[in-house]
Design a binder for this molecule. Structure first.
Ligand code: ADP
Ligand code: ZN
Length: 734
């Protein structure tokens, strides 16, 4: 494709190519509007009877009948998409085998993009003198003299001065206060990178200097910043952010969990004197539009966001930090299937930017890239201050005496009791939401399943309903068995966090409990309030899912009890061992962050399992080396390549037919040195009433996998009834 330099201009009537987010396979030809337009401009174009959004992608192809080509309706009020972002969308789309139109959707998801520029009234000090001075008037004038540089809205000014708006209006009439129009979306307050950060320890200072040198080089580079929780990774990468801002470039910090952002925002404000822009699902529409526009104009220096922030229109992105880089939420599992960590590396490499991948427990991919010298690696070995890593021990459940329907072993109970006596906090960790994973009938043994999925319904006692964790379908707890009709025999089997909380309340009736589980909070704000309450020391026992594993600071926490350390080892997932290892290390890292040392106790039925042993011995590098050797021998990622093909259809037979046809005609894959496995029913074979079948493609590391898959699936005709999606580097095998 022809690619002009930045700022290329097309004259009125010239043939241009416009990419739209509509599901059309190509860039469409239009004529440039009156006044012309720029390459990358956001435009509105007619498409059939509708008007749709688009981006000027290049000159037109000229293969449409000239008389049928229509003109661009109008150019929108937004900074043109820069070449860097256009190239990134093309490359990311080619890597993930996602159509370009769908990639554009990721980069234009902002409310009000097609609204005309809107203005708002602001109030500043004018030249006039008041006819008479009153107290209220004096307060208005003083407020403007003291703080009013950029001007206030009417409400801000009257609130600050403590007057009614009519007082302000009266002063406007006399010219004492001046009313002016400014664009609605205000720039973000400038961050000051020259303010002093915390005094860093030797390790931290060396790591910070290495990152700063990377930023100063003005070149691409990726660094793994590895350090146990609490070792100061955040302090260190904030120094890299500071250097980026000093260079006049923008920085992006990706966090896996929006619950983490509020703590992070506070730290940014303390470090740089103002808050950064935010981009995640908890941000209001107005704030989103402001963030998107200001980022495009370079008037937001730092953005904190979820994975979708990677597609924002930065003017000059110089640094991307991916915090908790191993976190599986960086992988988008619907629509465009991309891994934000890998795409961050791609975008940075296209823009001479630096990437920092921060983690206490990096993914094997990142560990291996560092070992191979593709990424730099910096280690923070000690925890900051007095805090030491918790001692870790197994509780061998085979020798614990526990009645049925109880999961907190006597050994764990006595440790919790000891913490209660000392006024310290304990965390009981179980990575399973809800009350009980299975509801079955004691008369006939039938389990309650979802009507739309091959999944069991999980009881949520707080909601008093059964919930399908696949599709979200809920139904009331049945009184009678849906299978045999016997009444009063439905029983909850196995524990979820809610049930552990119930048990803890029984065993420790005087303790103050809190449950942290993502489904129990209606809003990010409610979750934040709960976390702050816990951090403030209000709670004695926290019962939580993996939500607690992610970087919160609970200074009074000194005991972590893992209810079921074997849980993650049961799956057939390629990453089961890695995930369990990471999760257990993260959770145990919650204990003993302040000055009291912590203890982590793992309840397990298989204390001799290699993963459990590696966790307990703390021999991390040993674990990674063993895991890497196993993957390498099996030709598995990161030493080989995988791609998942997911076929879903209304009819199971249709899905299997297509799967079988693909498996038989695997020429393009074999030519590239790859092998096709399957078709097999997906582990959850029915989701939302659709039947799902999977194929797995395995290929050597150097294989041209995407091209081969594209050729292989090109003949497939999909429809609403029969869908196919490709998952390059699959994370989960659902
Ligand atoms: P990580 O990101 O590795 O979990 P943090 O950067 O959050 O670690 O540091 C853990 C805690 O220790 C934070 O409260 C942080 O402010 C504090 N801390 C870390 N390094 C220093 C330092 N050099 N001086 C003062 N406080 C520090
Ligand atoms: Zn379901």
């Amino acid at each position: 494709m022809y690619r002009g330099g930045m700022g290329e201009h097309f004259h009125e009537g010239e043939l241009i190519g416009v990419l739209t987010p509509e599901p059309i396979d190509r860039v469409l030809d239009y004529r440039a509007p009156e006044g012309g337009c720029w390459l990358g401009a956001f435009v509105e174009v007619p498409l059939g009877p509708r008007k749709v959004l688009g981006v000027v992608w290049g000159p037109g192809r000229g293969d449409f009948e000239a008389s049928k080509i229509r003109a661009v309706s109008r150019v929108l009020d937004a900074a043109a998409m820069r070449e860097e972002l256009r190239v990134f969308l093309e490359k990311a789309g080619a890597y993930t085998l996602t159509p370009l139109s769908q990639m554009l959707r990721l980069a234009s998801r902002v409310p009000g993009l097609s609204d005309p520029p809107s203005m708002r009234k602001i109030y500043r000090l004018g030249q006039g003198e008041p006819d008479r001075m009153t107290d209220a008037r004096r307060r208005v004038i003083e407020t403007l003299v003291e703080y009013g540089g950029l001007g206030f809205t009417l409400k801000e000014l009257s609130d600050l001065a403590g007057v009614t708006s009519s007082v302000v209006k009266g002063l406007v009439a006399q010219g004492v206060v001046e009313e002016a129009d400014t664009p609605r979306d205000a720039p973000y307050l400038p961050l000051d990178p020259d303010r002093a950060g915390k005094a860093l320890t030797g390790d931290q200072a060396a790591a910070a200097e290495a990152l700063r040198a990377g930023i100063r080089s003005g070149r691409y580079g990726t660094t793994l910043l590895k350090g146990v929780t609490g070792s100061g990774k955040t302090e260190v990468y904030l120094e890299a952010v500071a250097e980026t801002l000093k260079q006049g470039r923008q920085a992006l910090v990706l966090l896996p969990e929006i619950a983490l952002t509020s703590e992070f925002l506070t730290r940014v404000e303390a470090r740089f004197g103002a808050k950064p822009a935010e981009w995640h699902s908890g941000v209001t529409m107005t704030e989103r539009r402001r963030a998107w526009k200001m980022i495009g104009q370079g008037e937001a220096q730092l953005v904190v966001g979820a994975r979708s922030a990677l597609f924002l229109p930065f003017r000059d992105l110089g640094l991307i930090v991916v915090d908790e880089e191993h976190d599986s939420s960086y992988k988008q599992e619907e629509g465009a299937l991309y891994n934000a960590r890998d795409m961050a590396v791609l975008r940075a490499s296209l823009n001479e930017a630096q990437v920092v991948l921060a983690s206490a427990t990096p993914s094997l991919e990142t560990w291996a890239n560092a070992a191979a010298g593709k990424y730099a690696r910096l280690d923070l070995t000690a925890r900051f201050g007095e805090a030491v890593l918790p001692a870790m021990r197994a509780i061998d459940m085979r020798s614990e005496d526990l009645p049925g329907q109880a999961w907190i072993s006597p050994a764990l109970q006595s440790e919790v009791a000891a913490r209660l006596r000392k006024g310290e906090q304990s965390l009981l960790f179980l990575n399973r939401r809800g009350y009980a994973p299975v509801t079955l009938c004691r008369a006939c043994g039938a389990q309650v399943g979802c009507d739309h999925c091959d999944a069991r319904m999980v009881e949520h006692r707080f909601q008093k309903r059964l919930v399908c964790h696949q599709c979200g379908e809920t139904k009331p707890l049945p009184e009678t068995c849906p299978a045999c009709g016997v009444e009063g025999k439905m029983a909850a089997v196995g524990p979820g966090v809610e049930r552990i909380a119930e048990e803890a309340a029984r065993v420790f009736p005087d303790a103050k409990l809190a449950i942290l589980s993502s489904d129990l909070f209606g809003s990010a704000r409610a979750l934040k309030a709960q976390i702050e309450e816990i951090a403030g020391g209000e709670t004695d026992i926290i019962i939580g899912t993996q939500l607690v594993a992610k970087g919160h600071n609970f200074p009074r926490l000194t005991l972590v009890g893992v209810i079921d350390a074997d849980l993650g080892l049961q799956g057939s997932d390629l990453r089961a061992a890695e995930r369990t290892f990471q999760l257990m290390r993260q959770v145990s890292g919650r204990a003993g962050r302040a000055d009291v040392p912590g203890v982590a106790l793992l309840q397990t039925f298989q204390p001799e399992h290699p993963v459990i042993r590696a966790i307990l011995s703390g021999d991390e590098e040993g674990f990674w080396r063993a895991e890497a050797a196993e993957r390498e021998a099996a030709g598995m990622p990161p030493y080989g390549r995988l791609a998942g093909i997911i076929i879903s259809a209304d009819e199971a037979a249709a899905a299997f037919d297509l799967g079988t046809r693909l498996a038989r005609n695997d020429g393009p894959i074999r030519d590239a040195g790859g092998i096709v496995y399957g078709p097999a029913p997906a582990p959850i074979a029915r989701v939302r009433g659709r039947h799902r079948v999977r194929l797995l493609v395995k290929a050597p590391k150097g294989a041209a996998l995407q091209g081969a898959i594209a050729r292989w699936i090109a003949p497939v005709k999909t429809s609403a009834k029969l869908r196919l999606s490709v998952d390059i580097d699959p994370q989960s095998f659902y």
